[in-house]
Design a protein around this ligand. Sequence first.
Ligand code: FRU
Length: 424
Amino acid sequence: MKTNTEKFGATPHQPSLWTRADALKVRADDPTTTQPLVSADFPVLSDDVFIWDTMPLRDLDGNVTSVDGWSVIFTLTADRHPNDPAYLDEDGNYDILRDWNDRHGRAKMYYWFSRTGKNWEFGGRVMAEGVSPTAREWAGTPILLNDRGEVDLYYTAVTPGATIVKVRGRVVTTEHGVSMVGFEKVKPLFEADGKMYQTEAQNAFWGFRDPWPFRDPNDGKLYMLFEGNVAGERGSHKVGEAEIGDVPPGYEDVGNSRFQTACVGIAVARDADGDDWEMLPPLLTAVGVNDQTERPHFVFQDGKYYLFTISHTFTYADGVTGPDGVYGFVADSLFGPYVPLNGSGLVLGNPSSQPFQTYSHYVMPNGLVTSFIDSVPTDETGTQVRVGGTEAPTVGMKIKGQQTFVVAEYDYGYIPPMLDVTLK
Ligand code: FRU
């Protein structure tokens, strides 16, 4: 397996590298990059369903958008099974942790609406059963296209395979609420190619998902970010000098870090509607550092490209580590070079006393960061936890040059609109 320079040499851009040296700078519990403690007495959005990845309705420029005064979010959602014998433990009690951990296999897209940007009301499923071609409806992005209420929902159709797809529908409002109509025809867009992006055949643990389409503020073209792994057979990747970076003596040993091969992918649309896409080499690779750079997204601010992506402690490579949370990189132009924010890349991590309190952070252009509650310890040792499956308190963050600072905390699931569209 080749290094980035060998592999992507003849392409329009060189992927930027998140190096092992960068990751060595990660400091858990730095208060400026740590999410405030989430209390175990949080409210839940619903007793019937778990929600996790939250996708606010937005326009192609990234602005969170309400329609006729209604805020709308899409969420990955799965039923809770408190009365299902399959989820009772030996003592006959509901094993919520197991139910929660099984959720990915039955993830479906749901939507919620609100007049206040919080206290979300249940909307329902976006697509009827049988519309989506695979078992799992995984993360993506709902885009409000125009003032007729047309919405393109980009998402990932998973198991079998992993295909980036889109489905068009319409948001309809009344004074009492919001409904989603249409969303009946799912169009496959593309899959991993095995040349730039790793396929399932190359690695059974491959990642290829989480589309985030956007209009480039500079060239006006339609692009899409997504999560991938760098192509090549599992175990064949090289962690060379470039991937290691400038490390102190004693830090040259990379262990088994060749198994961690995350990247942030990018594709460009060949048409204005976003029905025809061409994959380009990744914007950023993390070979030898981390195996997952999930839900990549941008904030365009001060003429710069702020690239954010979520990652886990358990997906870090040998010899490097960091908290579950959102990481970020900044560049002066779309294709980089990207440098890690705060030196290390860490932007907002969980405190080490509550390592799984939140996940799937989404940084909005107004500096607000939404995420979901995963599990919060309820005893001193952290062995007892309360499972979330609900919205976490929103965090306010300032982005300044190559640094970020936590500056505020808001209500649970607070996702205020940045603009309102009156439907015709
Ligand atoms: C992030 C994530 C996404 C994926 C979904 C699956 O929490 O892992 O990358 O689309 O959850 O449930």
